[in-house]
Ligand binder design. Structure first.
Ligand code: C2E
Ligand code: MG
Ligand code: MG
Ligand code: MG
Length: 287
């Protein structure tokens, strides 16, 4: 019995692996044509002040409108694009498209995700500067979201690049904070404007006591270091209220608004949520 189920598990595992490899290979081939055919799109998700309930900016989240597969998530293709090197062209398209949105619509601020490989590429800073300058958009309207893995390999170079980007006016956010190789020294060593508390901690609020401790500690750290704290993945009113009372600066998540196409972007958050947020003016309640 055990032997049989073991073999079946292996078979399932093996065919699962093959399927994954096939799928990735297919995606990789498609990606070249997809860029040329204009199948990529930036969805916008609002980032909301926990104090005023106003939309501060939007995060640009990449989507692929695949002719056969439908809407493909970046979870499925960003890693593929990194391995194949396509992430460089894709990343440049994201910067161009973000600039088009900032130049041509009422959107005031956008944050864009920069993959570790894209950030480390020798031409990144140069191309970013070129594209933004050509668009005429003020870099202060653009926030770059990077993850901790960017800082690990060559942290002196990363520090230098971040300082130069900041000097031109870009703001920098540390995405998915608390996962991966989080080190507290990053926060004082690098010039971050914002830290984004990873969704996993937010979704565990109310379920796991340590999540509340971790969230409070990150908010406290941000406050002491003068870095804005943003919570991602806020889905319930209880989470929003907890975060607002704890002094979190901004909230992002399905409760406030889902990522959707530019034209359908969320312009005001649900009134019921706004009432709760503005009625709980953060730390003043506690102090
Ligand atoms: P991320 O930057 O941490 O983005 C947050 C992810 O959480 C997004 O997934 C967003 O749709 C999702 N999300 C937001 N609010 C909620 C919520 O309340 N509940 C849940 N369950 N999820 C929520 P998405 O759009 O699938 O993107 C996944 C990841 O792909 C992003 O994580 C980012 O690392 C990467 N990505 C997205 N766009 C780009 C891009 O333009 N360039 C690069 N290099 N990576 C990108
Ligand atoms: Mg992000
Ligand atoms: Mg994130
Ligand atoms: Mg995340």
């Amino acid at each position: 019995h055990a032997k049989n189920s073991g073999r079946n598990t292996y078979k399932i595992f093996k065919s699962g692996m093959n399927e994954l490899i096939e799928k990735r290979r297919a995606l990789e081939i498609d990606m070249d044509a997809a860029l040329a055919r204009g199948e990529f799109e930036l969805f916008l998700q609002p980032r909301v002040s926990a104090v005023t309930a106003k939309i501060h900016s939007y995060e640009a989240l990449l989507r692929w409108n695949h002719p056969q597969r439908g809407l493909v998530s970046p979870v499925d293709f960003v890693a593929v694009a990194e391995v194949s090197g396509k992430i460089i062209a894709l990343g440049e398209w994201v910067i161009e498209e973000a600039c088009r949105i900032l130049a041509g619509t009422e959107v005031e601020r956008l944050s864009i995700n920069v993959s570790p490989l894209q950030f480390r590429h020798s031409d990144f800073q140069h191309r970013l500067g070129e594209i933004v300058r050509a668009s005429g958009v003020d870099p202060r309207r653009i926030e770059l979201e990077i993850t901790e893995s960017v800082l690990i390999d060559d942290d002196r170079r990363a520090l230098q690049i971040l300082k130069e980007l900041k000097a031109v006016g870009f703001t920098i956010a540390l995405d998915d904070f608390g996962t991966g190789y989080s080190s507290l020294s990053y926060l004082s060593r690098y010039p971050f404007d914002a830290i984004k508390i990873d969704r996993s901690f937010v979704s565990n609020l109310g379920l796991d006591e340590s999540a509340a401790v971790i969230v409070n500690t990150i908010i406290d750290l941000g406050e002491r270091l003068g870095i804005k704290v943003v919570a991602e993945g806020v889905e319930t009113i209880e989470q929003a209220l907890f975060l607002a009372r704890a002094g979190c600066d901004e909230l992002q998540g399905y409760l406030l608004g889902k990522p959707v196409a530019l034209d359908e972007r969320v312009r005001t958050i649900p009134a019921s949520v706004a009432v709760v947020l503005t009625g709980s003016s953060g730390r003043t309640l506690i102090e």
